[in-house]
Design a protein around this ligand. Structure first.
Ligand code: HEC
Ligand code: HEC
Ligand code: HEC
Length: 199
């Protein structure tokens, strides 16, 4: 009898230990997932106007705004609102108009299919492929005191490109229904925007 009780207690303790370990594992998984989600939505998109209001618009600062504005990136969403775009979407079998089709939006428009909570009120979806399409959401690095320090900026979400061509090919690839073989040197020259020049 005594031996039976002892075995019973040992078995029960093993069960309890097993449960504690499992609960611990589940909690760890939940924490990891939550943290992952948090880091995904930590920074919000502020829109071109915020980037160029006080900076990135004068000649001395590098004039990134004019370069972007006069490039096709700034009208990429308008392009999707044309009859030509709709007929491309239709010919590919999509039932929605091009500007409402996820498979077109993904390269042509920043933010349209995002959760509203990721966009600040200054953000405008109509601006197509924006600064933040390539440089990452700006709410963390937009302050001048942060922007002046490139290490700080990068730690707060700024993307600076070392492999420029690879980055372009995320969108300039044969998945584009109107694909033109990507000539990096020529196309970069069309959108080259000078470095920020502090006073
Ligand atoms: C987020 C997707 C995306 C990325 C990343 C991207 N582009 Fe584009 N780009 C587009 C789209 C969409 C168009 C077509 C816009 C239109 O015609 O309305 C385009 C058009 C252009 C054009 C105009 C081409 C022409 O024939 O007039 C140039 C130049 C260009 N991109 C250069 C680049 C370069 C250089 C890079 C990399 C540094 C790059 N793009 C990265 C989406 C992108
Ligand atoms: C299609 C992608 C794309 C878009 C859109 C874009 N950039 Fe860039 N930007 C780049 C790439 C790639 C570089 C790296 C150029 C280099 O090697 O000097 C760069 C460089 C810069 C630099 C120089 C950084 C440095 O340290 O030299 C600034 C400033 C900048 N971009 C600001 C902007 C602003 C402001 C906008 C919007 C008005 C914008 N960019 C839109 C891709 C883009
Ligand atoms: C993989 C990224 C990508 C996808 C997905 C994409 N596009 Fe584009 N689109 C581009 C790029 C880049 C250009 C510039 C031309 C090129 O492909 O080199 C462009 C150009 C265009 C143009 C202008 C062509 C011209 O002659 O000026 C139209 C119209 C267009 N796309 C419609 C669409 C439609 C409609 C869809 C969805 C069915 C779509 N795109 C999906 C990247 C994409």
């Amino acid at each position: 009898m005594k031996i039976f009780i002892k075995e019973f207690i040992i078995a029960a303790m093993k069960d309890i230990l097993f449960i504690i370990l499992n609960v611990g594992f589940v909690i760890t998984v939940i924490l990891v997932i939550t943290d992952y989600n948090l880091s995904q939505s930590k920074y919000k998109y502020v829109g071109v106007n915020t980037c160029v209001n006080s900076c990135h618009s004068t000649e001395q600062q590098g004039n990134q705004y004019e370069v972007w504005k006069s490039s096709k990136h700034s009208v990429a969403f308008l392009t999707l609102q044309t009859a030509a775009a709709d007929s491309i979407a239709k010919s590919l079998g999509y039932k929605t108009s091009a500007s409402e089709t996820k498979q077109c939006i993904k390269c042509h428009v920043l933010g349209k299919d995002f959760d509203q909570s990721e966009l600040l009120s200054t953000f405008e979806v109509s601006q197509g492929v924006q600064c933040e399409s390539c440089h990452g959401p700006g709410s963390g690095y937009k302050k001048l005191s942060v922007m002046k320090d490139s290490v700080k900026s990068v730690s707060k979400g700024l993307i600076i490109h070392t492999e420029k061509e690879k980055w372009c090919i995320n969108c300039h690839n044969p998945e584009s229904p109107t694909y033109i073989p990507f000539d990096y040197e020529a196309l970069w020259q069309m959108i080259a925007h000078n470095k920020f020049k502090p006073e």
